[in-house]
Write a protein that binds this ligand. Structure first.
Ligand code: SAH
Ligand code: SF4
Length: 362
């Protein structure tokens, strides 16, 4: 279950840590800054490229630190739509990252927002009944370098600048708390990627104690909660995590997050035919959203091969949205093009591991 890389992943290391490390070696602090300049603004691929460092130091670094090996196995999608990248990690594990281009439907005309959906674990232990990521169970946590590495690799492969990150790929980010927080701090740091905290959203299936822990963190990252059921009865049916942290406990943790951070959270609600799309659910969801002053993001379910769940008809979706909005809740439904690939994280990996091919990029 635990994976230890051969060398310390260089994209897991923070500037203060490297400065301390160099100090112990008797090196001046500015050397650590030089390394970070090579890694982030200049995107160096090896220590050999860091030409303003003494050769002996480059060799020492080479022996101690490893660059991330995120090998591209497959891409799906095109330049102007959502693109999904399947990566093979150092130990052969497969993960997915999804690049979502500016979407006028979501962000308005002229938006240059490009979002990367990042994975935080290999597989997922939470086994939500509708989700492809949990189907093969949990393998391991990603280390921070593998999380930061997804950002750097996708920018490199696409030639595009990413200005928004969502932890909505494979895995439960709050179950890999320390590595995810470390990655977020590196993505945010001025010496690192320099991405604003408000441009990062963490999505959780509802780990109440970890939501409280997140509320104590200094960074103003955004929180999205995968609700998918507005009563314990419905949530228990599709999300086993609800038996551990029932709605009352989850909503209390959300309350605490909102008040501590002075922030609005987003409630995600995938619409599954005959499961959570009744008028009663719409009313209960509206009540929760109003209590939390949360935004609600409804997403028609993306069918997963091998699972029986279906997306409701357009008419049923409209009736649900209408009832929800009548409660006064701030709710939208996401039906934009490209969501088919984006919202179904875990599916590409599942497909590749099922047919056991996937050695060439498409
Ligand atoms: N584990 C975290 C983050 C990853 S999942 C969480 O559950 O929040 C990101 C989002 O995609 C979640 O809201 C999840 O419920 C949703 N999702 C999973 N499978 C889906 C599918 N087949 N169709 C639509 N959304 C899906
Ligand atoms: Fe895990 Fe999230 Fe999928 Fe649930 S929805 S199985 S928590 S990745």
């Amino acid at each position: 279950m635990h994976f230890t890389p051969a060398k310390t992943p260089v994209f897991s290391v923070t500037l203060p840590e490297l400065q301390l490390n160099f100090k112990e070696m008797g090196l001046p602090a500015y050397r650590a800054k030089q390394v970070m300049e090579w890694l982030y603004p200049k995107r160096a691929k090896s220590f050999g490229a860091m030409t303003n460092l003494p050769a002996a130091l480059r060799e020492q670094m080479e022996a101690a630190f490893g660059f991330e090996a995120l090998e591209l196995v497959r891409t799906v999608g095109s330049d102007d739509s959502t693109r999904k990248f399947l990566f093979k990690l150092e130990d052969g594990s497969l993960i997915e990252s999804v690049l979502i281009p500016a979407s006028p439907a979501l962000y308005g005309e002229g938006s240059d927002r490009r979002t990367l959906c990042i994975s935080s674990q290999v597989g997922c232990a939470y086994g939500c009944k509708f989700c492809a990521s949990g189907l093969n169970g949990f393998s391991r946590n990603l280390h921070a370098g593998e999380i930061v590495g997804q950002f750097l690799r996708v920018e490199e492969l696409s030639g595009e600048r990413i200005n928004n990150v969502v932890f909505m790929g494979m895995g439960e980010p709050l179950a890999n708390f320390d590595n995810v927080m470390r990655a977020i701090s590196i993505l945010n740091a001025p010496w690192g990627v320099g991405l604003g905290a408000r441009h990062m959203t963490l999505s959780t299936s509802g780990l109440a104690p970890q939501i409280r822990k997140l509320a104590e963190q200094p960074l103003q990252i955004r929180l999205a909660v995968s609700l998918h059921g507005a009563t314990d009865a419905v949530r228990n049916q599709i999300m086993p995590v609800n038996r551990k942290y029932p709605l009352a406990e989850l909503l209390e943790a959300c309350d605490e997050y909102c008040s501590r951070k002075n922030q609005r959270i987003t409630l995600e609600f995938i619409l599954i035919d005959g499961i959570n799309d009744s008028l009663e659910q719409a009313a209960a969801l509206g009540q929760i959203a109003c209590r939390l002053d949360a935004k609600v993001n409804c997403i028609p379910y993306n069918p997963v091969e091998g699972l029986d769940w279906k997306r409701p008809s357009l008419r049923r979706q409209d009736v649900f949205m209408d009832a929800l909005q009548r409660t006064g809740a701030d709710a939208t439904i996401r039906r934009e093009k490209g969501s088919d690939i984006a919202a179904a994280c875990g599916q590409l990996r599942l497909q590749v591991s099922r047919d056991a091919t996937g050695s060439e990029a498409e």
